[in-house]
Design a protein around this ligand. Structure first.
Ligand SMILES: [Zn+2]
Length: 378
């Protein structure tokens, strides 16, 4: 495909500090997952090497320097864009995907014919049975609404499987908490427009997010991540993805004034966070006077409610779950439990067992108190 490198240069910048990641579905623990990138040429080489074999992800945000790429200090990142993800859940695809993954675990060429057959089945579901249509239509609708609100439409991509992506660009801006402001916007537009496919988890941890690299091939379908416009029909989008050609791209065409909106939310949300913090501290003090010493080890307590953790790190003294809180659709385990409490890296909620019982079951302080009356501790 001609022109991919110059597309990357315009899309990601002349020089940048991002990670390229190819999360494996392999058993091989030695498989290197992450590489540092500094320009479009590096990126193109990684994509060429992995496209169609492994997922190709690139950091949404430029970290600004090598040093910061390691440390991930969000105040030093170049905050010049926002990313939105639309995805359909489909049980048929899920079933085939699981079969395919069990083969891929031994490598992308293990039982090659069988793998190809399964890939073909997923492709058929997407291309002929229009499985991705709902996500694509929602992304189109989002794009039109977005343009009305913020002056310019976002650039849309077909994900190569059953989803769509949208990016908007803006003047690099400072935010106290871009995660919170972005999540607030995403939550509200999802609710008001009933976007079933809009995945909120993406905006809850926007700063840490990597997104599927444009013009890479999806590892489960062989279909290419390509841009599309609201005028393109479903079939036209599929055609582009099967036979991709790099389209002219200018960031200016997709540069909106979304940052001004985010900044206003950011101000309000920082204030709310302060108020919330004071409330939490008060409640924490209350719960401690009620029950000091009732839960000696939160890991044991959470095991009794949520079962075996998704990940355990004996030497690091904490365990990870998928976040069970209602407001957070957590795809990876972001919910950490240590001896003295929990903290979610996705939705930022934290506290001790008392706070958890309130958040999880919707109980009030009195409810927790009465329910724990006969609890002997752990
Ligand atoms: Zn969470």
């Amino acid at each position: 495909m001609r022109g991919v490198q110059s597309f990357y240069r315009d899309f990601y910048g002349h020089e940048f500090f991002r990670h390229f990641r190819r999360p494996p579905d392999l058993d091989n623990k030695k498989f290197r997952i992450q590489f540092a990138l500094k320009n479009s040429k590096n990126l193109l080489l990684h994509v060429l090497r992995n496209s169609g074999h492994h997922p190709c992800f690139t950091h949404v945000y430029d970290h600004g320097s090598w040093d910061n790429l390691k440390r991930g200090n969000s105040r030093r990142m170049v905050l010049d864009r926002a990313f939105f993800d639309f995805d359909v859940s489909n049980t048929q695809v899920k079933k085939i995907k699981n079969l395919l993954l069990s083969l891929r675990r031994h490598g992308p060429v293990h039982e090659r014919d069988q793998q190809e057959e399964l890939k073909e089945k997923i492709r058929e579901l997407i291309i002929n049975d229009n499985i991705a249509k709902k996500a694509i239509d929602e992304a189109k609708d989002f794009s039109m609404n977005f343009k009305e609100l913020f002056g310019k439409e976002p650039i849309l991509f077909f994900s190569g499987c059953k989803g769509a992506h949208a990016y908007t660009f803006f003047r690099a801006s400072g935010f106290k908490n871009l995660n919170r402001a972005g999540a607030w916007f995403a939550e509200n537009i999802k609710k008001s427009k009933s976007y079933e496919c809009l995945d909120l988890a993406v905006n809850l941890d926007a700063l840490a997010r990597l997104s599927r690299t444009p013009y890479s091939k999806h590892q489960l379908t062989g279909l290419t991540v390509v841009p599309f416009s609201v005028e393109d029909s479903y079939d036209e989008i599929m055609e582009k993805s099967i036979n991709p050609q790099v389209e002219a791209f200018s960031r200016m065409d997709f540069t909106s004034n979304f940052h001004e909106h985010l900044k206003r939310i950011d101000l309000v949300e920082s204030y709310n966070a302060k108020v919330e913090k004071t409330r939490e501290n008060k409640e924490m003090a209350t719960s401690q006077t009620y029950n000091s010493g009732l839960v000696n080890d939160h890991r044991t307590f959470f095991r009794s409610i949520m079962g075996t953790p998704e990940r355990e790190y004996p030497e690091k003294e904490y365990v990870m779950y998928r976040c069970p809180l209602k407001s957070h659709e957590d795809r990876k385990p972001s919910f950490m439990v240590h001896k003295n409490g929990y903290q979610c890296y996705g939705c930022q909620k934290k506290g001790n067992y008392w706070q958890f019982l309130k958040d999880y079951y919707g109980w009030r302080d009195e409810d927790v108190k009465s329910r724990l009356k006969n609890f002997n501790g752990c």
